[in-house]
Design a protein around this ligand. Structure first.
Ligand code: PAF
Length: 277
């Protein structure tokens, strides 16, 4: 497995691979790899000649006061996981060097200010700017993103479609702990009590799905029931919202494809989850 630390070397690696007629799959990550990442890596491994995993804690997507400095970093462990999973290259540019000095920002206006973008107004511009750059330097044919970050997935798909970036964005199902908590690198911030209270995101979503099955169609009524479950677990709700899965626009009456998205803080840790309803 090649460990590549500069954008120039990554671009050269990719140029040679493509000249040799190889397809490249990319799994973009910020490291602290867990089973969710491994499922993306395994799928990408199966579907491409070559597999690149990027590991970059992207400063552009953290606002001042967020957890950039304490975001978990464990390169040795991550490299061992990617090696065992059969990655051909790990692209891990030095901290900051990959996103410093540039002036261009890629933005998907509108979508970037909804949902998580309300409380994190600069977050998605940071994601799209770095993801576009990762697509360019890795020359990936396919890139794999988890549905756990559903808004990110929709925004990245929109950027790729608007800018005609020649990469196929593949969304992959959320991987959960055995009790239902969506896997996230941030779960390790939770103490035992918070870990249990955090499960209410999943319970809320399951309740929403139960209500829809029962025939309830008013989004507001469903959202209020989910909020009640989160409040009972003493979480600080950021949003509970039923949206169209392609546009992320709010839905009032459920009569077609819909997704419920939830964000809440348990203690200091912000958790998100979503599912179709
Ligand atoms: O989902 C993540 O880990 C990050 O947002 C990503 C896509 C690697 C961009 O920094």
């Amino acid at each position: 497995m090649d460990i590549i630390r500069s954008a120039d070397s990554m671009a050269e690696w990719s140029r040679k691979a493509r000249l040799a007629g190889k397809t490249i799959g990319l799994v973009p990550t910020m490291g602290a790899l867990h089973q969710g990442h491994i499922s993306l890596i395994n799928k990408a491994r199966r579907e491409n000649d070559l597999l690149v995993v990027s590991i970059f804690v992207n400063p552009l997507q953290f606002a001042p006061g967020e957890d950039y400095a304490r975001y978990p970093r464990d390169e040795e462990r991550d490299l061992s996981i990617t090696g065992k999973a059969g990655a051909d290259a790990v692209f891990t540019p030095d901290a900051g060097s990959f996103s410093e000095g540039e002036k261009t920002i890629i933005s998907v206006p509108g979508m970037n200010k909804l949902l998580c973008g309300e409380s994190r107004p600069t977050h998605f511009d940071g994601v799209t700017t770095v993801v576009a750059k990762l697509f360019n330097v890795t020359g990936a044919n396919k890139a794999y993103f988890g549905e756990k970050d559903f808004q990110q997935l929709v925004i990245v798909k929109r950027m790729v479609s608007d800018l005609r970036i020649p990469v196929e964005v593949v969304g992959c199902p959320t991987i959960r702990e055995s009790d239902g908590l969506a896997m996230s690198s941030r779960n390790r911030y939770l103490d035992a009590d918070e870990r249990i209270r955090g499960l209410s995101l999943r319970s809320g979503i399951l309740e929403a799905q139960r209500m829809v099955k029962e025939g309830i169609r008013e989004a507001n009524k469903i959202e209020e029931s989910v909020k009640k479950i989160l409040n009972e677990a003493n979480l600080t709700i950021d949003y509970v919202s039923i949206c169209h899965p392609d546009t992320l626009n709010k839905i009032d009456h459920l009569d077609g494809p819909a997704r419920i998205l939830v964000a809440a803080k348990v203690g200091k840790t912000r958790l998100i989850d979503n599912d179709s309803v």
